[in-house]
Write a protein that binds this ligand. Sequence first.
Ligand code: G3H
Ligand code: 13P
Ligand code: ZN
Length: 349
Amino acid sequence: MPLVSTRQLLDEAAKGGYGVGAFNVNNMEQIQAIMEAAKETNSPVIIQASRGARAYAQDKYLYHLMLAAAELYPEIPLAMHLDHGNSYETCVSAIELGFTSVMMDGSLNADGKTPATFEENVAVTRKVVDYAHPRGIAVEGEIGVLGGVEDGHGAGGSGLEHLTDPDQAVEFAERTGVDSLAVAIGTSHGAYKFTKKPDGSVLKMELVVAIHKRLPKTHLVMHGSSSVPQDLQDIVNQYGGKLKQTWGVPVEEIQLGIRNGVRKVNVDTDSRLAITGAIRKVFVEQPEKFDPRDYLKPARAAMQKVVAQRMVQFGQAGHAGDYKAISIADMAKGYKDGTLSTKPEVAKK
Ligand code: G3H
Ligand code: 13P
Ligand code: ZN
């Protein structure tokens, strides 16, 4: 299948009542791990690259690896998404390269650190939508600010400082025409999300419920959704790592979100932990090894395992064959003739 739009994947997920994992990548092994997991579980999938990933791998390498994935797995609906675009220019460059959807994270200023005003966020997101839709490219916006810092990106903090206000979410969706909306509900990026198993006081799932009630047809996105499983922490530490005890987002909470309009679930940290644990194990148990394939193969297999688990847990497993690809040119026509809605349905309070 050619690379398809995230919008198509999320529209189908809404019909089927499931979520789609969006997994971050920086290199070939991570793309291979995700595609093998998608094949194993028969899942549609979103692969996403951050600005940091684009700088690390170089755009052209990433793009051609993604084309290779689409060619090698014709049965898998696959979208290539820009994660946390920090400016209009970043989004345009991703679209020019061939990404099939972009996130304009206007919740922060272009420095990727300081929270932007609501009006600034609306203006830059609307500008990206106006550029993207005529080209058939879907746009994710963010309202509210997540916690944590990844690779220099993020406002820091616990994730509770700038939670999404449901009224603002409605206004934002109406004024920007985004295809999907990332919400801040107390999650943060990275491994150190919670210092104990999160309960209702830290993870505001009731906000997802409230936003979904007001915007019943809008695809919601949960960032910072790694579960940071204990066994992956333990493997890293057993083989010389020094992770402090931490808790991620319980899978049951994500599943509750999925029952309430969450269609895209962002996961990066769990893959990073799986890879690091597997590599450390080889280094400690077989210190004589020096062929990178000796540790990259188990690393890739470990990532495949956790990604496949998430695909089953999010409900996307089994849905790869449900639909045919809509070309990006036809997506552009759909936005133009209105068959692809950009006006959210808003329910009264
Ligand atoms: O949202 C953050 C993702 O985990 C990507 O992280 O910016 O370090 O590539 P990164
Ligand atoms: P995690 O750090 O929880 O994996 O979140 C990833 C993410 O939200 C990427 O945008
Ligand atoms: Zn994120």
